[in-house]
Every structure is written in structure tokens, then in C-alpha cells.
Design a protein around this ligand. Structure first.
Ligand SMILES: [Fe+2]
Length: 514
């Protein structure tokens, strides 16, 4: 640590120590009222030599401080070649601190590329479950990748059965595109109720994460493989943009306080390599993760930097702001970072880990346009500007993966959607929810063709819950839509609803036998 930084830190703790006498104390041999590891373990953001390991000590998850006594607590960690921990290759100690809800983030380095490891934590007499970490292939290696992506797991609308099935897949990686938690209070009709009212404070958000992290299917999915996690709106507030909340009852200052609480709790509960900042409200989570030279994931944030939604969610005739070229979803600096990066990257595939649907969807028949103002379609100039850059820099080897919308979509991306004659330059696979929206329903063939007549870039649509499994090689990208028939009770089986193929360097998406 830099000496000056250390001294600043020291003086801060000294000041704290005056009011909180036990701030210096570190508990080496803690005794816990209950299992402190009941929120599970996770790994994430793998590199070719390591990854982030996560857990949080919470023996009584819904009590203040998760039932911890308030002192800093030592947690040991081990990484092994085998699940019996006979060959331990790395180990160390971390301190779980009350100001970070006793969460633990260990950034392990010095492992070998392209292989599986096992990890676990211990504290006092308590031992965590065992998780798996897979390191990425070495730089330059074009090793195939199998991964799954998911989004939108609303606790009170259904069981996370699909995550339990995802945990059985032969995958290297999971990607979560946001709506990991929902902020609402639950109605009396809920499948299983959220604890507490709508969440606004740091303690509220922590308790909500604790409830979600207690889910056994969610824990299994995290134990299975490393995850890349980004966020959408419900990690803070439905449809928020920047410092503007859903119902606009909260001032910008109140939203800033709420956002700081929400972002901090997100950080505390996710296995991410995201540097902490002075002010939690300004936490930046955009980052890239490489899978050798095969794929680069661009973890995007389309909430924090966006301009507010306009036109009452419908692009009414004469609503000029809709097409204002200054409005965007990424903000200027994230857009530049992405566009410059797409040009410079030598990666075989570029993967945009995105939240809201990028392809437009016009739900009104005929000439009338009716489209979501919360998605990229509400920012058409920024969308077409980005797609034009994709066309120039990485055409037909850029795949956008998207969540948010609680339904399955396969969309061809055009270089300019304002001109339908423009060519296809990319693919968008949109995953349905894990549970949000409940069981879902079948889609009649007539409805699909009606949707396609106004939206020729739409290849497929479906309304069941699940996730998308992808197999990525030098030649092609296969996306399989894995769905469950119900979520309002446990025990659904999983099956493949349909499969799609993008050939590297070639325009278009073709259906495959599955
Ligand atoms: Fe959602």
C-alpha cells in the first residue's frame, strides 16, 4: 500500500476508534450463533490466472449486521485442485468488516490458465460450501467457450428452478444481466413474500440480498462456475435513469443517497472485480472480461449514465426529444470506451453484456409506431450510431446478450434501423426471466407472424421462463433457449425450446435442430 494512503487510512480509523472502541479489534476465533456461510459462496470475473472469490458472514441474515457482533472477523480461504482439498494450491486470510456487511472478496492470482479449481472458506469452526472457479484460457488461445446467461429473478413471482437447472449445465461461465433482486414490497398474492417493504436504505438492500442469496438454486448456480454480473434497474428502483427515480417523488439528492445504498449492497454481494470508490453512488461497474482470444465480454451499464426516458413511454407524433442525437443510454464516455475498444480488440467474438433490448420492436400494426421508451428504441439515434460503429469495427462477430424484458427474443441487428434496407451486422439474443412474470404462456403462431410483419428483423419470440446456453467456437455461435413450463411451484423440468446459429463473419441468424 502507498504510504500516504496508508496514513490517511490510519487517521480515519483513529478517528473512528474514538467513537467505536472495537474498530481495531480483529476476531481470529469467532463463535457464531448459526452457520455464518448460509448465504453461499461465489466466484467471478475470471482471468487466465485467477478470479474473485466471494462470501459473506451472516449467521442470522435478517438481523442487523447479519447477526454478527460488530468486530472485524478473520476468514480463511483455500483453493485446491480437487474437491477433497488434498492438493491446496493457494490459501490465505481475509478480514470481513462490518462497514462492508462482513462480505469477503478475495482476488486470487497465480493459478494456471484454462482449468477448474475448487475453493472454500473457513471462519472459527465454520466451513463454507465448496464452489468451483474456472480460469480463463491464456491470452491468445482460441479455446471454445460454453456459457449461460440469465436475468430478472423476482423472488415473489416464482421459484428459481431455472437457476437450479443452469447449475447442472456443462458450462464454463454464467453471465447475469441484471434484476438480480427486486426492490418492491410483496402483494398478499405473492408466490413467496419479500421480507419488508420497498427497500430504500443500506440495511434494507442488504436484507433483500440476504433473502435472495438464501435461495438454494441461486447458490447452486454460483457454486457451479464463475459469473460475470452487471445490473439493471431493479437493483435500485424500477426504470430509474441517473438520479431520476420511477415515481419522481424522490429528489435527486434522495435518489443519490438511495443509489449509494443500492450500489454498495450490490458490490458487497457480488463476486466482482470492481474497484471501490470514495462515493458509492458513483460506482463504475463497466469492465471487460476476456476468454482467451475467443471472446471479450463488455459489461455495460445502461442505467447510471442514461438520459431520462421521454414521451410518456410512447413516441407520440411531434415528440421531438425522442430523436435528439444528444440523448443516450451509455453516456458519452462509456460509448467512447466501447466503440474505441471494439476497434482495438483482436478478440474473435465481441460480446455486449447489455440490459435493455437493442433491436426495436414496434407493437402497433401498420404505419403507427409504438415502442418502448425504456429500451434502446427510446434512444434511436444513439442506437443507430452504435450499430454503425459495430458494422465498421466488428461486423457479424459481435453478439449482444440482453435481459430485462422477461421474454425470449432472437433479433438480427441492422447497421441502421431507420433504414430497413441496411444489412444485418450482428445478432441479439434476449433471455427471458428466471421467475419474473410468473409461469408465462404459449405464443400462438399467428401472433408470432403478426409480430414479424412489422418487425422483419425478429426471428423468434417466446414467453416461458429460463435462460440461454451458448456454445462459442471459431466457426460459429450456437444459442439454445432453455425453458421451464412453470415457476409458481417448484420442480419443473427444463427443455430446449429452440436453437439458433450465427456463423462467424456472416450476416444472419439461422434456426438449428435442437
Ligand atoms: Fe426484470
Amino acid at each position: 500500500m502507498d504510504r500516504r494512503l496508508f496514513l490517511t487510512d490510519l487517521s480515519r480509523y483513529a478517528a473512528l476508534a474514538a467513537v467505536v472502541p472495537n474498530v481495531w479489534r480483529v476476531t481470529n476465533r469467532p463463535r457464531f450463533a448459526d452457520d455464518p456461510f448460509q448465504l453461499g459462496v461465489a466466484s467471478g470475473d475470471p482471468t487466465s490466472t485467477g478470479g474473485v472469490l466471494w462470501t459473506r458472514l451472516a449467521p442470522r441474515p435478517f438481523e442487523p449486521d447479519g447477526g454478527m457482533t460488530g468486530t472485524r472477523t478473520v476468514v480463511s480461504w483455500e483453493v485446491a485442485d480437487d474437491d477433497q482439498f488434498k492438493t491446496i494450491v493457494k490459501k490465505g486470510r481475509a478480514t470481513a468488516a462490518p462497514e462492508l456487511s462482513f462480505s469477503v472478496h478475495v482476488d486470487v492470482d497465480g493459478l494456471r490458465p484454462d482449468r477448474w479449481y475448487f475453493y472454500r472458506f473457513t471462519s472459527g469452526d465454520a466451513v463454507s460450501k465448496i464452489g468451483r472457479l474456472r480460469t480463463a484460457p491464456a491470452d491468445g488461445a482460441k479455446t471454445p467457450l460454453a456459457f449461460a446467461f440469465a436475468s430478472c429473478q423476482r423472488w415473489d413471482q416464482g421459484y428459481f428452478t431455472a437457476l437450479g437447472h443452469l447449475a447442472q449445465e456443462e458450462i464454463d461461465l454464467g453471465v447475469h444481466l441484471g434484476d438480480y433482486i427486486y426492490e418492491y414490497a410483496s402483494p398478499s398474492t405473492a408466490v413467496r413474500a419479500h421480507q419488508g417493504l420497498e427497500i430504500r436504505t443500506l440495511d434494507d438492500y442488504r436484507r433483500r440480498y440476504a433473502q435472495y442469496k438464501s435461495d438454494i438454486d441461486l447458490q447452486a448456480a454460483h457454486q457451479r462456475c464463475p459469473w460475470l454480473v452487471t445490473w439493471d434497474d431493479h437493483e435500485v428502483d424500477n426504470d430509474y435513469s441517473g438520479l431520476i427515480g420511477e415515481n419522481q417523488m424522490e429528489s435527486a439528492e434522495q435518489m443519490r443517497t438511495r443509489r449509494a445504498a443500492a450500489y454498495q449492497a450490490w458490490w458487497e454481494h457480488q463476486p466482482v472485480r470492481v474497484p471501490r470508490v470514495q462515493s458509492w453512488a458513483d460506482l463504475t461497474i463497466t469492465r471487460t472480461i476476456n476468454w482467451g482470444a475467443m471472446a471479450r465480454f463488455w459489461m455495460l451499464d445502461t442505467r447510471q449514465y442514461r438520459d431520462d426516458q421521454v414521451c410518456e413511454d410512447v413516441p407520440l407524433e411531434g415528440c421531438a426529444p425522442w430523436t435528439d442525437p444528444k440523448r443516450g443510454l451509455l453516456g458519452a464516455s462509456q460509448e467512447k470506451w466501447l466503440v474505441d475498444g471494439l476497434g482495438a480488440s483482436k478478440s474473435h467474438w465481441q460480446v455486449l453484456a447489455n440490459q435493455v433490448m437493442m433491436a426495436p420492436y414496434d407493437s402497433a400494426p401498420g404505419d403507427e409506431v409504438r415502442t418502448s421508451m425504456d429500451q434502446w428504441s427510446g434512444y434511436p439515434v444513439a442506437r443507430d450510431r452504435l450499430l454503425n460503429e459495430v458494422a465498421r469495427r466488428a461486423p457479424n462477430r459481435t453478439v449482444t446478450i440482453t435481459g430485462d424484458i422477461h421474454t425470449n427474443w432472437v433479433n438480427e441487428l441492422r447497421s441502421d434501423f431507420s433504414r430497413p434496407d441496411r444489412p444485418t451486422i450482428g445478432a441479439e439474443f434476449v433471455c427471458t426471466s428466471i421467475s419474473s412474470g410468473g409461469d408465462g404462456s404459449d405464443v400462438a403462431a399467428e401472433r408470432m407472424s403478426a409480430m414479424q410483419s412489422d418487425n422483419p428483423h425478429l426471428k423468434w419470440f417466446q414467453n416461458r421462463r429460463g435462460y440461454v446456453r451458448c456454445t462459442v467456437t471459431e466457426q460459429d455461435w450456437i444459442a439454445e433457449y432453455r425453458t421451464v413450463p412453470f415457476v409458481t411451484k417448484p420442480g419443473a423440468t427444463v427443455s430446449t425450446a429452440s436453437g439458433w446459429r450465427v456463423e462467424h463473419g456472416k450476416p444472419g441468424i439461422a434456426q438449428v435442430e435442437s
